[in-house]
Write a protein that binds this ligand. Structure first.
Ligand code: SF4
Ligand SMILES: [Zn+2]
Length: 262
Protein backbone atom coordinates (compact mmCIF):
# COMPACT_ATOMS: atom_id res chain seq x y z
CA UNK A 1 0.00 0.00 0.00
CA UNK A 2 2.88 2.36 0.77
CA UNK A 3 6.62 2.34 1.42
CA UNK A 4 8.87 3.98 4.05
CA UNK A 5 9.32 7.71 3.32
CA UNK A 6 6.12 7.87 1.24
CA UNK A 7 3.77 10.76 1.96
CA UNK A 8 0.32 9.27 2.65
CA UNK A 9 -2.94 11.19 3.04
CA UNK A 10 -5.42 9.72 5.51
CA UNK A 11 -9.09 10.61 5.20
CA UNK A 12 -10.18 11.35 8.77
CA UNK A 13 -13.88 11.94 9.38
CA UNK A 14 -13.76 11.84 13.17
CA UNK A 15 -15.47 8.43 13.35
CA UNK A 16 -13.98 5.39 15.09
CA UNK A 17 -12.73 3.72 11.90
CA UNK A 18 -10.67 6.60 10.56
CA UNK A 19 -9.55 7.49 14.12
CA UNK A 20 -8.28 3.91 14.62
CA UNK A 21 -6.68 4.04 11.16
CA UNK A 22 -4.63 7.20 11.66
CA UNK A 23 -3.64 6.23 15.21
CA UNK A 24 -2.53 2.71 14.22
CA UNK A 25 -0.67 3.90 11.10
CA UNK A 26 1.18 6.66 12.95
CA UNK A 27 2.18 4.30 15.77
CA UNK A 28 3.03 1.38 13.48
CA UNK A 29 4.91 3.16 10.68
CA UNK A 30 7.02 6.00 12.13
CA UNK A 31 9.03 6.27 8.89
CA UNK A 32 6.02 7.17 6.78
CA UNK A 33 4.98 10.81 6.38
CA UNK A 34 1.26 10.81 7.20
CA UNK A 35 -1.02 13.80 6.66
CA UNK A 36 -4.66 14.01 7.83
CA UNK A 37 -7.38 15.15 5.40
CA UNK A 38 -10.73 16.25 6.80
CA UNK A 39 -13.89 17.60 5.17
CA UNK A 40 -16.25 19.84 7.12
CA UNK A 41 -19.56 18.74 5.57
CA UNK A 42 -21.62 21.42 7.32
CA UNK A 43 -24.12 18.92 8.78
CA UNK A 44 -26.02 20.43 11.70
CA UNK A 45 -25.16 19.13 15.19
CA UNK A 46 -22.54 16.84 13.68
CA UNK A 47 -19.80 18.39 11.53
CA UNK A 48 -18.49 20.90 14.06
CA UNK A 49 -18.24 18.10 16.66
CA UNK A 50 -16.34 15.88 14.14
CA UNK A 51 -13.93 18.71 13.38
CA UNK A 52 -13.14 19.23 17.08
CA UNK A 53 -12.40 15.49 17.46
CA UNK A 54 -10.16 15.43 14.38
CA UNK A 55 -8.23 18.47 15.62
CA UNK A 56 -7.80 16.83 19.03
CA UNK A 57 -6.60 13.57 17.45
CA UNK A 58 -4.13 15.16 15.04
CA UNK A 59 -2.74 17.34 17.85
CA UNK A 60 -2.25 14.21 19.95
CA UNK A 61 -0.45 12.42 17.10
CA UNK A 62 1.36 15.55 15.92
CA UNK A 63 0.13 15.07 12.36
CA UNK A 64 -0.33 17.83 9.77
CA UNK A 65 -4.04 18.46 9.13
CA UNK A 66 -5.73 19.82 5.99
CA UNK A 67 -9.40 20.80 6.22
CA UNK A 68 -11.80 21.51 3.36
CA UNK A 69 -14.86 23.46 4.52
CA UNK A 70 -17.69 22.89 2.01
CA UNK A 71 -19.68 25.95 3.05
CA UNK A 72 -16.69 28.30 2.99
CA UNK A 73 -15.11 26.96 -0.21
CA UNK A 74 -18.08 25.91 -2.32
CA UNK A 75 -20.96 27.83 -0.74
CA UNK A 76 -23.13 24.85 0.21
CA UNK A 77 -23.30 22.11 2.83
CA UNK A 78 -24.48 18.50 2.70
CA UNK A 79 -27.65 19.62 4.54
CA UNK A 80 -28.54 21.72 1.48
CA UNK A 81 -29.13 18.51 -0.50
CA UNK A 82 -32.35 18.19 1.52
CA UNK A 83 -33.86 20.69 -0.93
CA UNK A 84 -32.93 18.60 -3.97
CA UNK A 85 -33.80 15.31 -5.66
CA UNK A 86 -31.32 13.76 -3.21
CA UNK A 87 -33.37 14.51 -0.10
CA UNK A 88 -34.02 10.80 0.47
CA UNK A 89 -30.55 9.75 -0.75
CA UNK A 90 -28.34 12.30 0.98
CA UNK A 91 -25.66 9.70 1.74
CA UNK A 92 -25.27 9.01 -1.96
CA UNK A 93 -24.72 12.72 -2.73
CA UNK A 94 -22.47 13.03 0.32
CA UNK A 95 -20.36 10.07 -0.89
CA UNK A 96 -19.87 11.66 -4.32
CA UNK A 97 -18.88 15.00 -2.75
CA UNK A 98 -16.47 13.34 -0.33
CA UNK A 99 -14.73 11.27 -3.02
CA UNK A 100 -14.12 14.39 -5.12
CA UNK A 101 -13.07 16.69 -2.29
CA UNK A 102 -10.63 14.13 -0.87
CA UNK A 103 -8.82 14.16 -4.21
CA UNK A 104 -8.66 17.96 -4.04
CA UNK A 105 -7.33 17.79 -0.47
CA UNK A 106 -4.77 15.13 -1.41
CA UNK A 107 -3.46 17.40 -4.15
CA UNK A 108 -3.26 20.35 -1.74
CA UNK A 109 -1.42 18.19 0.77
CA UNK A 110 0.93 17.02 -1.96
CA UNK A 111 0.24 13.31 -1.58
CA UNK A 112 -0.44 10.68 -4.24
CA UNK A 113 -1.68 7.99 -1.83
CA UNK A 114 -5.04 8.18 -0.09
CA UNK A 115 -5.84 5.82 2.80
CA UNK A 116 -9.43 5.42 3.98
CA UNK A 117 -10.92 3.70 7.02
CA UNK A 118 -13.27 1.28 5.21
CA UNK A 119 -13.77 -1.69 7.52
CA UNK A 120 -14.67 -5.32 6.91
CA UNK A 121 -18.37 -4.76 7.70
CA UNK A 122 -18.64 -1.78 5.27
CA UNK A 123 -16.92 -3.65 2.48
CA UNK A 124 -18.85 -6.90 2.80
CA UNK A 125 -22.21 -5.08 3.01
CA UNK A 126 -21.39 -2.93 -0.04
CA UNK A 127 -20.06 -5.98 -1.85
CA UNK A 128 -23.33 -7.82 -1.30
CA UNK A 129 -25.34 -4.83 -2.44
CA UNK A 130 -23.29 -4.45 -5.63
CA UNK A 131 -23.56 -8.18 -6.24
CA UNK A 132 -27.39 -8.15 -5.91
CA UNK A 133 -27.60 -5.18 -8.28
CA UNK A 134 -25.05 -6.53 -10.78
CA UNK A 135 -22.79 -3.49 -10.31
CA UNK A 136 -19.65 -5.37 -11.29
CA UNK A 137 -17.49 -2.30 -11.90
CA UNK A 138 -18.36 -0.91 -8.47
CA UNK A 139 -17.75 -4.34 -6.96
CA UNK A 140 -14.18 -4.42 -8.29
CA UNK A 141 -13.56 -0.93 -6.92
CA UNK A 142 -13.89 -2.34 -3.39
CA UNK A 143 -10.49 -4.00 -3.66
CA UNK A 144 -7.86 -2.95 -1.09
CA UNK A 145 -5.48 -1.17 -3.49
CA UNK A 146 -7.01 0.79 -6.32
CA UNK A 147 -4.83 2.31 -9.02
CA UNK A 148 -5.51 5.95 -10.03
CA UNK A 149 -8.21 6.40 -12.67
CA UNK A 150 -6.09 9.08 -14.35
CA UNK A 151 -2.46 10.12 -14.05
CA UNK A 152 -3.00 13.01 -11.61
CA UNK A 153 -5.29 11.07 -9.25
CA UNK A 154 -4.38 9.18 -6.07
CA UNK A 155 -3.71 5.53 -5.41
CA UNK A 156 -6.47 4.51 -2.98
CA UNK A 157 -5.72 2.09 -0.18
CA UNK A 158 -7.87 0.50 2.52
CA UNK A 159 -5.53 -0.69 5.30
CA UNK A 160 -8.41 -1.73 7.61
CA UNK A 161 -10.26 -3.85 5.08
CA UNK A 162 -9.78 -6.96 7.25
CA UNK A 163 -10.72 -5.28 10.56
CA UNK A 164 -14.31 -5.35 11.76
CA UNK A 165 -15.98 -2.21 13.05
CA UNK A 166 -16.06 -3.71 16.55
CA UNK A 167 -12.30 -4.22 16.44
CA UNK A 168 -11.84 -0.59 15.43
CA UNK A 169 -14.12 0.54 18.24
CA UNK A 170 -12.23 -1.57 20.80
CA UNK A 171 -8.93 -0.27 19.45
CA UNK A 172 -10.10 3.33 20.04
CA UNK A 173 -11.46 2.55 23.50
CA UNK A 174 -8.38 0.64 24.70
CA UNK A 175 -5.92 3.15 23.23
CA UNK A 176 -7.83 6.27 24.37
CA UNK A 177 -8.21 7.51 20.80
CA UNK A 178 -10.63 10.46 20.55
CA UNK A 179 -13.51 9.88 18.11
CA UNK A 180 -16.95 11.37 17.54
CA UNK A 181 -19.72 10.72 20.04
CA UNK A 182 -22.69 11.84 17.95
CA UNK A 183 -24.23 10.32 14.84
CA UNK A 184 -25.05 12.05 11.60
CA UNK A 185 -28.79 12.69 11.45
CA UNK A 186 -28.86 11.32 7.90
CA UNK A 187 -27.52 7.88 8.85
CA UNK A 188 -30.89 6.13 8.79
CA UNK A 189 -33.43 4.44 6.51
CA UNK A 190 -30.66 3.31 4.17
CA UNK A 191 -31.40 0.07 2.36
CA UNK A 192 -27.87 -0.99 3.28
CA UNK A 193 -29.18 -1.54 6.83
CA UNK A 194 -31.19 -4.54 5.57
CA UNK A 195 -28.09 -6.07 3.98
CA UNK A 196 -26.27 -5.53 7.25
CA UNK A 197 -29.03 -7.24 9.24
CA UNK A 198 -28.79 -10.22 6.93
CA UNK A 199 -25.01 -10.35 7.35
CA UNK A 200 -25.32 -10.18 11.13
CA UNK A 201 -27.79 -13.06 11.02
CA UNK A 202 -25.44 -15.16 8.88
CA UNK A 203 -22.48 -14.30 11.14
CA UNK A 204 -24.28 -15.28 14.34
CA UNK A 205 -23.13 -18.91 14.34
CA UNK A 206 -20.04 -18.28 12.23
CA UNK A 207 -18.01 -15.28 13.44
CA UNK A 208 -15.60 -15.67 10.52
CA UNK A 209 -18.34 -15.45 7.90
CA UNK A 210 -17.59 -11.90 6.71
CA UNK A 211 -13.88 -12.56 6.53
CA UNK A 212 -14.57 -15.73 4.53
CA UNK A 213 -16.66 -13.67 2.09
CA UNK A 214 -13.84 -11.13 1.75
CA UNK A 215 -11.27 -13.86 1.09
CA UNK A 216 -13.43 -15.33 -1.67
CA UNK A 217 -13.99 -11.85 -3.07
CA UNK A 218 -10.21 -11.36 -3.36
CA UNK A 219 -10.08 -14.55 -5.48
CA UNK A 220 -12.89 -13.29 -7.69
CA UNK A 221 -11.35 -9.87 -8.44
CA UNK A 222 -8.82 -10.94 -11.13
CA UNK A 223 -11.50 -12.97 -12.92
CA UNK A 224 -13.93 -10.04 -12.87
CA UNK A 225 -11.23 -7.61 -14.01
CA UNK A 226 -10.48 -9.76 -17.01
CA UNK A 227 -14.12 -10.05 -17.93
CA UNK A 228 -15.06 -6.40 -17.45
CA UNK A 229 -14.47 -3.80 -20.12
CA UNK A 230 -12.43 -0.83 -18.86
CA UNK A 231 -14.78 2.19 -18.61
CA UNK A 232 -14.02 4.87 -21.21
CA UNK A 233 -13.20 7.92 -19.16
CA UNK A 234 -12.95 11.54 -20.26
CA UNK A 235 -12.15 14.73 -18.40
CA UNK A 236 -15.12 16.56 -16.86
CA UNK A 237 -15.51 19.85 -18.74
CA UNK A 238 -15.88 21.79 -15.46
CA UNK A 239 -13.40 20.28 -13.02
CA UNK A 240 -11.16 18.12 -15.22
CA UNK A 241 -11.66 15.04 -13.05
CA UNK A 242 -12.25 11.63 -14.68
CA UNK A 243 -15.83 11.19 -15.79
CA UNK A 244 -17.99 8.81 -17.82
CA UNK A 245 -19.77 11.75 -19.46
CA UNK A 246 -19.06 15.39 -20.33
CA UNK A 247 -19.90 16.47 -16.77
CA UNK A 248 -18.87 14.40 -13.77
CA UNK A 249 -21.21 13.22 -11.00
CA UNK A 250 -19.75 15.75 -8.55
CA UNK A 251 -20.27 18.79 -10.80
CA UNK A 252 -23.82 17.65 -11.62
CA UNK A 253 -24.68 17.49 -7.92
CA UNK A 254 -23.02 20.83 -7.20
CA UNK A 255 -25.08 22.44 -9.96
CA UNK A 256 -28.25 20.86 -8.57
CA UNK A 257 -27.67 22.12 -5.05
CA UNK A 258 -26.63 25.60 -6.26
CA UNK A 259 -29.81 25.81 -8.35
CA UNK A 260 -31.88 25.67 -5.18
CA UNK A 261 -30.09 28.78 -3.93
CA UNK A 262 -30.59 30.89 -7.08
S1 SF4 B 1 -24.40 9.46 7.26
FE1 SF4 B 1 -24.63 10.01 5.11
S2 SF4 B 1 -24.85 12.25 5.08
FE2 SF4 B 1 -24.05 11.68 7.11
S3 SF4 B 1 -21.83 11.90 6.85
FE3 SF4 B 1 -22.33 9.74 6.44
S4 SF4 B 1 -22.62 9.65 4.20
FE4 SF4 B 1 -22.69 11.82 4.80
ZN1 LIG C 1 -16.58 17.76 -12.68
Amino acid sequence: MFKPNDRVGIAVSGGKDSAALIHALCKGFPNVDFVALHINLGIKNYSSHCKIKVEELTRLLDVELHIFDLKEELGFSIDDFKMTFYKRKICSACGTVKRHVLEVLAERANTKILATGHNLDDIVATMLNNFFNGNWTQLVRLKPVLKPLMANQTLKVKPLIKSSENENLLYCLYSDVPFREVNCQNAHVEKRTKDREMLEYLSKDNPGFKYQMLKNFFKLIPILEEYLEKPKLMKCKFCGFPSLGEICAFCKRVEMVKDTKR
